[in-house]
Design a protein around this ligand. Structure first.
Ligand SMILES: Cc1cc2nc3c(=O)[nH]c(=O)nc-3n(C[C@H](O)[C@H](O)[C@H](O)COP(=O)(O)OP(=O)(O)OC[C@H]3O[C@@H](n4cnc5c(N)ncnc54)[C@H](O)[C@@H]3O)c2cc1C
Length: 503
């Protein structure tokens, strides 16, 4: 990427030239756009979004669960190893990333990029809740392992219904003490409206001169003879087509990223496939119920369930309204986007990913049978799952809503065998001229860290020059808070103050 001296601006609609093109208007593209605008305000940037506004796919608040993933309550991040010990390594990595998000959002709140914190983030305790001998033992061991880590030292643990009921009354009411139960709590968890962050960042980008092209779909991309990336763009309303080009392209198209990266022909996308998992939630909006619960309560996943299908009972804050949400109930559809097509999955098959995809299908039979069971689950069974958390729940007060699509990554492992992966994969061409994201977990919560990683990969020539500004944006940039307790305390306190998360 060249510097400001070579900045180019838009010319005619049929040939539009930019320094950077962002494909998709979700939280990933808007986060990258806002970071780049701050680091390099003179670069020309355009954002193409096929829908009529930003944040309408997975980043919309009702298409995801809004958990500020800090690994406080999500039990899949603290597995028991073969030696019987609980590993906290993955959890610490997720928590480090969420601290980066908190710092960047604080910086953006202070400089006016984002508005009032309550419009996008709210303090909310994160609780893990389990029942049965084996599971309560697991949670007890997890508590002992986590409290040794500075990032998690403030964990609380209880195994009696009175204490658990004082944390989350709906969990305890109507439950008898004949089965062992256990809960661990972090009081400084969060609920995040990622749609609100996305829309506020998009508004900021527009005000800073970024060309926001809503209703414009990128239908393919290829490398021009001058080394620039050329994008075929279609106006979804009028149907007219044109070409736009950029030196750097970020494919932040969510479920649409796989197809576009395949169309770019870069070597790095070879062997990757996508496995779509859809989801539904139960939602209760009546304030009489919503006022009785103030937490995100995560349980354990059923056998065969993908880690992101762990059931949880959450308080949500969306557009100033408080509601409750329970789920997700996983499902299967071949769409890669909620607004996508049933042909997305078949059209993503290529000679280089067919074998890994078939191997994933053959080796994940428990996942396939779990999904089949979930798809056919009746409303009565869905309410019964809710009642395992909230025994007195009345199904009549809950409505079923459809969440966003997650496209899990299928790729070859080091032995060349196809594997299913539940994390996020940053795909970047060797020359750093194009990058995109596959996968959706831990997702929006870690968008800032993922985008910083992208900058380090794709802009090695600029990153050192940007470092002072990056350290202003994120004071702990490049450091591990789990290894620096003083800095951890400082950034926790300052971000809690700015984001009004003081508890
Ligand atoms: C059920 C569910 C629950 C989740 N819960 C959480 C959670 O609790 N916490 C968390 O941190 N994360 C969660 N996630 C993950 C999180 O929602 C995603 O990681 C995040 O929103 C992805 O952002 P994105 O910008 O990559 O994609 P999106 O928000 O999907 O944005 C991609 C955009 O690209 C556009 N687009 C696609 N193709 C094209 C094209 N060809 N041309 C132009 N535009 C295009 C789409 O219309 C869309 O607007 C959840 C996801 C799901 C589905």
């Amino acid at each position: 990427m060249r510097s400001s001296a070579v900045t180019e601006s838009a010319s005619t609609p049929s040939s539009q030239r930019f320094d950077v093109i962002l494909v998709g208007g979700g939280i990933m593209s808007t986060t990258l756009g806002a970071i780049l605008k701050e680091l390099q305000p003179d670069w020309s940037i355009a954002l193409f979004e096929k829908l009529d506004g930003a944040g309408q796919e997975s980043s919309d608040p009702w298409n995801n669960a809004g958990t500020g993933h800090t690994a406080y309550c999500e039990l899949n991040y603290t597995p028991r190893g073969a030696d019987g010990a609980i590993s906290t390594a993955k959890a610490a990595g997720i928590a480090e990333q969420f601290h980066v998000s908190r710092q960047l959002w604080s910086h953006w709140t202070e400089n006016g990029t984002l508005g009032a914190p309550r419009t996008f983030i709210n303090a909310l305790p994160h609780i893990s809740f389990v029942w049965g001998e084996k599971n309560t033992q697991y949670l007890r061991d997890r508590y002992e392992a986590m409290r040794k880590e500075p990032l998690f030292a403030h964990i609380e643990h209880a195994e009696d219904l009175d204490t658990i009921g004082s944390w989350a009354p709906l969990l305890a009411a109507g439950r008898t003490a004949d089965k062992p139960v256990a809960a661990s709590q972090f009081r400084d968890g969060t609920d995040v409206d990622f749609g609100s962050i996305t829309r506020q960042l998009a508004g900021h980008l527009g005000a800073e001169g970024v060309e926001l092209r809503y209703g414009h779909e990128v239908t393919g991309l290829s490398r021009g003879t001058d080394g620039r990336w050329e994008m075929k763009v279609k106006n979804t309303a009028g149907g007219e087509k044109f070409t736009a080009s950029a030196r750097f392209v970020f494919v932040g198209a969510g479920g649409g990223a796989l197809g576009l990266l395949q169309s770019s022909g870069i070597r790095e996308i070879r062997g990757f496939g996508g496995f779509p998992v859809s989801g539904q939630f139960l939602r209760a909006t009546e304030s009489a119920i919503a006022e009785q619960h103030h937490a995100k309560v995560y349980g354990l996943a059923s056998v065969g369930a993908p880690p992101m299908s762990v059931p949880h009972l959450d308080t949500r804050f969306v557009e100033g309204r408080r509601s409750l949400m329970f789920g997700p109930y996983a499902g299967f559809s071949t769409n890669f986007l909620k607004s996508g097509s049933y042909l997305d999955l078949p059209f993503s098959v290529r000679p280089h990913n067919l074998l890994p995809m078939l191997q994933v299908g053959a080796t994940n039979t428990s996942l396939v049978s779990y999904l089949l069971k979930e798809v056919t689950k009746s409303q009565r069974k869905k309410v019964a799952a809710l009642q395992e958390f909230y025994p007195e729940a009345d199904g009549e007060q809950w409505e079923l809503i459809t969440a966003g699509q997650r496209v899990q990554v299928m790729k070859k492992d080091e032995r060349g065998k196809g594997v299913l992966q539940f994390g996020t994969e940053l795909i970047a061409a060797a020359d750093g001229s194009i990058a995109g994201l596959l996968g959706a977990s831990p997702g929006a919560s870690t968008a800032p860290s993922i985008m910083f990683k992208l900058l380090e990969r794709c802009f090695p020539g600029q990153i050192e020059g940007w470092r002072p500004q990056l350290e202003t944006m994120v004071p702990s940039y490049g450091q591990l808070l789990n290894e620096n307790e003083k800095l951890l305390a400082e950034v926790t306190e300052s971000t809690a103050k700015t984001l009004q998360l003081d508890i």
